[in-house]
Design a protein around this ligand. Structure first.
Ligand code: HEM
Length: 417
């Protein structure tokens, strides 16, 4: 017979979630002394889970469905409506193959060289300026990289606004009121722009190379043999462009780590024993970005004697699993060396989701993210010199997504001698 899931008191905890952000689930786990608890958010019952075994459970697609899991709020800003994040089964796998077919070794090599060149090209401009704000510069550079790599033409006068729009879609998915509406408008503008590009490709007026995201998505066929609608193709192409811009946030946290841990900075610069790879992994583990992800129970089942009822929203604690004391020694210390002899597991280190890239919903852009971060942090340590003036570098764990308050200001940027 089943036992009750530990439960927190109260009618609805949506406000607490918005206030506590990344700490909402970990706080309650420690209060209730349990890696599983029940709460109410967004007017419904939800089960929150954390840890390696919980993640393995969550990615069992026999037990969970993504249908009706992502809030409309998030779909109207971050994901796009009815996109890959909401699909199940064969339909999902067909769409996922489309995304993963873009990630060949040759295309990743190209991405690395585009990344190096796009950073380099900004140096002369920065040398003329008193200060730059890294997050904003990184988002613009990532936007240039994303468009070039994906085969999407972007003109010089428009690139800044496009980058701002992608940045807004990322920044507002957990926002309320006018800030949220700003994010929705940014998505509407972006979808209009990219839908036009899809139409031009399909009308043979635009010819991106065959191995680019723009080409692959425009000509992708669903299981029923049909092309995606113009709008859905645009939404999925944005599911490549926008998250590449999001890497700008990890680069900014990476710069913060370089600043806070000068010894690690030297090691990234020297890059012996693939240190920069370990540093990038630790940045992805340590800093708060993706907070959690959700799915619904497909059919009633029991786990460890706890009842999971059909239709219940289940939320996997991403940040909390990456900081789980059973899985990580000194979880709240920044220690890239922990990845030196790390026992790989698809369910304990889940900054971009867990499980298998092909079979489940794990992030399609994980290799892209690691590669672009590596190139970017190597650029920051080797190719330029800069100073970090007094500023507020703290980040509010109640804000989703978290970001250093000052967005990382840099002074006196110049090419390294
Ligand atoms: C899915 C995080 C970068 C494309 C996801 C998921 C997370 C995530 C948490 C959902 C996992 C789940 O619900 O099970 C991140 C973070 C990134 C990042 C923190 C850092 C910038 C990227 C990049 C791309 C990308 C660069 C593309 C080039 C996708 C796609 C999905 C996804 C297409 C949907 C996969 C599916 O539903 O099967 N990502 N991601 N992401 N990500 Fe990323």
């Amino acid at each position: 017979s089943s036992r009750p899931i530990p439960k927190e008191k109260g009618l609805d905890h949506t406000l607490a979630l918005l206030e506590e952000g990344y700490q909402f689930i970990p706080e309650r786990r420690s209060e209730l002394q349990s890696d599983i608890f029940q709460t109410r958010i967004l007017g419904q019952k939800a089960i929150c889970i954390a840890g390696e075994e919980a993640a393995a459970l969550f990615y069992d697609e026999q037990l969970f469905t993504r249908k009706g899991a992502a809030p409309k709020h998030v779909q109207k800003t971050l994901f796009g409506e009815n996109a890959i994040q909401t699909l199940d089964g064969e339909e999902h796998k067909q769409r996922k193959r489309m995304f993963l077919s873009m990630m060949t070794p040759g295309r990743l090599d190209e991405l690395a060289s585009i990344t190096r060149r796009q950073w380099q090209e900004k140096v002369p401009e920065w040398e003329q300026r008193d200060e730059i704000v890294l997050l904003h510069e990184a988002e613009e550079i990532m936007c240039r990289i994303a468009c070039e790599w994906a085969g999407v033409p972007v003109t010089e006068p428009e690139v800044k606004q496009r980058a701002i729009d992608f940045g807004l879609m990322i920044d507002t998915f957990a926002a309320v009121g006018s800030r949220y509406r700003e994010g929705k408008r940014a998505r509407t503008r972006s979808e209009k722009w990219i839908e036009k590009i899809i139409k031009q490709i399909r009308a043979k007026k635009l010819h991106p190379p065959e191995n680019t995201a723009a080409y692959i998505i425009a000509w992708h066929r669903e299981l029923n043999g049909k092309l995606l609608s113009d709008r859905m193709a645009a939404i999925e192409l944005i599911n490549i462009l926008r998250p590449i811009v999001a890497i700008g946030r990890f680069v900014t946290f990476g710069a913060l780590a370089l600043h806070d841990y000068p010894k690690a900075r030297e090691k990234v610069k020297e890059d012996e024993k693939n240190y920069s790879q370990m540093f990038v992994q630790e940045v992805r583990r340590f800093y708060p970005f993706g907070p959690f992800t959700g799915a619904r129970v497909r059919e009633d089942f029991e786990w460890r004697g706890y009842p999971f009822k059909k239709g219940t929203l289940v939320i996997l604690d991403i940040y909390g699993t990456n900081h789980h004391p059973d899985l990580w020694e000194n979880p709240d210390a920044f220690q890239p060396e922990r990845f030196e002899d790390w026992k790989e597991s698809p369910f304990s280190f889940i900054p971009q989701g867990g499980g298998d890239h092909y079979m489940g919903h794990r992030c399609a852009g994980e290799w892209v993210t690691v590669l672009v971060m590596k190139e970017s942090l190597e650029f920051l340590t080797r190719d330029i010199a800069y100073e970090v003036p007094e500023q507020d570098l703290t980040y509010d764990m109640g804000r989703i997504p978290a970001v250093p308050a000052s967005r990382f200001v840099m002074n006196n940027v110049r090419a390294a001698s």
